[in-house]
Design a protein around this ligand. Structure first.
Ligand code: PGA
Length: 255
């Protein structure tokens, strides 16, 4: 099964709307459709920039996603952004359970599972983020932690939902730290995720689900991760904020 390579840019709480639009304009100028035809490029800007950026990318292959969603559709929930609103603002994908959401916003496995279902109900494609902390890694609990994080989400998903799922393996200690696991270690984690998906659904279905690596990905190392057999793309924070490093990563994946 050939899974298309995905380069997903997580901009976190960076870039004003004008800065996001300027980046979008320049990215489109540099985006040669034929040259980059083998990869999918996706941007996760702040929620404020979703609509303007989706308008800018309209008619181009570059896709847009949100970094988080709240539960519900519409209602008296001050400050909340539902999957429905994000979808109507141009998002096609949504990150769920990013470690920064788990750490700073108290999101636990149960809430993450509910959010994955809410994303699917809102016709968004969820990218479920999982990964161990440094302490968990030292205790050699990496695979057990991921098994728990993914195991919380899978019971609520049918096969039709699972096809829409992407999983991102992001070791917490690698995010924004400049430290990375070896491609072999990252692949071991990705293979374990695929195995668990295969147990829940079928190996054939698991074979169709994209698994990304994230954490200090850069133009220097992105290719190595992608070449690992169970890793189908990268979720990139810091290095995606700069146009030159973003284009350099696209270049290194394009051939
Ligand atoms: P980083 O972030 O590339 O800056 O390490 C990755 C992420 O948090 O998705």
């Amino acid at each position: 099964m050939m899974r298309r390579v995905l380069l997903a840019a997580n901009w976190k709480m960076f870039k004003t709307v004008p800065a996001a639009l300027a980046f979008g304009r320049e990215l489109l100028r540099r985006y040669d459709v034929d040259h980059f035809s083998a990869i999918d490029v996706m941007i996760f800007p702040t929620a404020l920039a979703l609509w303007p950026l989706s308008q800018r990318f309209a008619g181009s292959p570059i896709q847009i996603g949100a970094q988080n969603l709240d539960l519900g559709t519409e209602g008296a929930l001050t400050g909340a952004l539902s999957g429905y609103l994000l979808r109507e603002a141009g998002a096609e994908y949504v990150l769920v359970g990013h470690s920064e959401r788990r750490q700073h916003f108290g999101e636990d496995d149960e809430l993450v599972a509910t959010k994955v279902q809410a994303a699917i109900s809102a016709h968004l494609h969820p990218i479920l983020c999982v990964g161990e902390t440094a302490e968990e890694r030292e205790r050699e609990e990496t695979l057990a932690i991921m098994r728990r994080q993914i195991g919380a989400v899978l019971p609520g998903l049918g096969s039709q939902d699972a096809i829409k799922l992407t999983v991102a393996y992001e070791p917490v200690w690698a995010i924004g730290s400049g430290k990375v696991p070896t491609a072999q270690d990252a692949n071991r984690a990705a293979a374990a995720i695929r195995h668990q998906l295969g147990e829940r659904f079928s190996p054939e279905l698991a074979d169709r689900i994209r698994i990304l690596y994230g954490g200090s990905v850069s133009p220097k190392n992105v290719r190595e991760f992608i070449e690992a057999p169970d890793i189908d793309g990268a979720l990139v924070g810091g290095a995606s904020l700069n146009l030159e490093t973003m284009v350099a990563m696209m270049e290194s994946l394009a051939h």
